[in-house]
Design a protein around this ligand. Structure first.
Ligand SMILES: Nc1ncnc2c1ncn2[C@@H]1O[C@H](COP(=O)(O)OP(=O)(O)OP(=O)(O)O)[C@@H](O)[C@H]1O
Ligand SMILES: [Mg+2]
Ligand SMILES: [Zn+2]
Length: 280
């Protein structure tokens, strides 16, 4: 098996830590969506980016790494579906437009069951979602991260071949040290940050379309400069989009052209060389 460039960069030292990819997965790019704190819209950004990539014809999967608070299946209208097995492997569920999803939610009896798993079991679940899930050929696997920069996030970065990180923030984060947490984690893990998205950045006036910055003038450019990050997109507060996420209709209802710069940044990530070998 070819080692990835991350392992090579670390002198091979990270290799034993990395979870192995199975023979039925050919994942070309892994992009994680991270924030320094919870509730800022990581899942909404992950889902939206997946939809936009898929609309462009790419094969897309979402690994829901938020084991204790999964929100991806519901967004794609698969809240009551259960994952199936193929021999020893799990099969991701497939959305209306062909997006593959693996989530703890798909393994629970009832969507409302509380997830009371402990640390080692959570790490085991992440491993299952990578090593024991048959992803097939994917151009992009997006990883919806759990809130914050704790153990689960660490496990993901240590164990999966993450190529890039999209950092999601809210206007409030930009006046505190919350962005620094995400940036520090990315630095420590040696994974490049593709850029920063400001969610709930403004409200669009329903009458004239003007952007109303209800949290005051955005600090996004300033913070991006401080941490040397690329500004990707700014998303407005959009109650219709939140309702679509709740109703499981994000694929039908996401406005065209959402997150254009994030989409471009994802497309600019180079495909894993190891997977080129595997296909040959
Ligand atoms: N731009 C937006 N406009 C309106 N509602 C939004 C927007 N972004 C997120 N929301 C809503 O805010 C809530 C939190 O968003 P989301 O679940 O995406 O955040 P998260 O960062 O993934 O949270 P967690 O850390 O708990 O995983 C959801 O109900 C979502 O629909
Ligand atoms: Mg989430
Ligand atoms: Zn107006």
């Amino acid at each position: 098996m070819a080692t990835c460039e991350h392992a090579a960069a670390a002198g091979g030292q990270t290799a034993p830590m990395q979870f192995e990819e199975n023979n039925l997965s050919e994942v070309k790019r892994v992009i994680a969506v991270l924030s320094g704190k919870g509730g800022v819209g990581k899942s909404l950004v992950t889902g939206s980016l997946a939809v936009e990539l898929a609309r462009g014809g790419a094969k897309v999967g979402i690994l829901d790494a938020d084991i204790t608070g999964p929100s991806i299946p519901r967004m794609f209208g698969m809240g009551d579906r259960r994952a199936h097995g193929l021999g020893k492997l799990l099969l991701p569920e497939i959305s209306a437009t062909g997006i593959k999803v693996m989530s703890s939610n798909l393994l629970l009896q009832n969507e409302t069951d509380p997830v009371l798993w402990r640390g080692p079991i959570i790490a085991g679940a992440i491993k299952q979602f990578w090593s024991d899930t048959s992803w097939g050929p994917l151009d992009y696997l997006l990883v919806d991260m759990p809130p914050g920069t704790g153990d689960v996030a660490l496990t993901v970065f240590q164990s999966l071949p993450v190529d890039g990180i999209v950092v999601v923030t809210s206007p409030q984060d930009l006046v505190s040290m919350i962005v620094a947490k995400a940036v520090n984690m990315a630095d420590k893990m040696n994974v490049p940050i593709l850029g920063i998205v400001e969610n709930m950045s403004y409200v669009q006036c329903p009458d004239c379309g003007r952007a109303i910055e209800i949290f005051g003038e955005s600090k996004l450019d300033q913070v991006a400069e401080t941490y040397n990050l690329k500004v990707l997109d700014r998303l407005p507060i959009d109650p219709a989009l939140a309702a679509a996420c709740d109703a499981g209709t994000i694929e039908a209802d996401l406005p065209a052209g959402t997150l254009p710069l994030t989409l471009a940044a994802a497309r600019a990530v180079e495909a894993h060389e190891g997977d080129e070998d595997k296909q040959a």
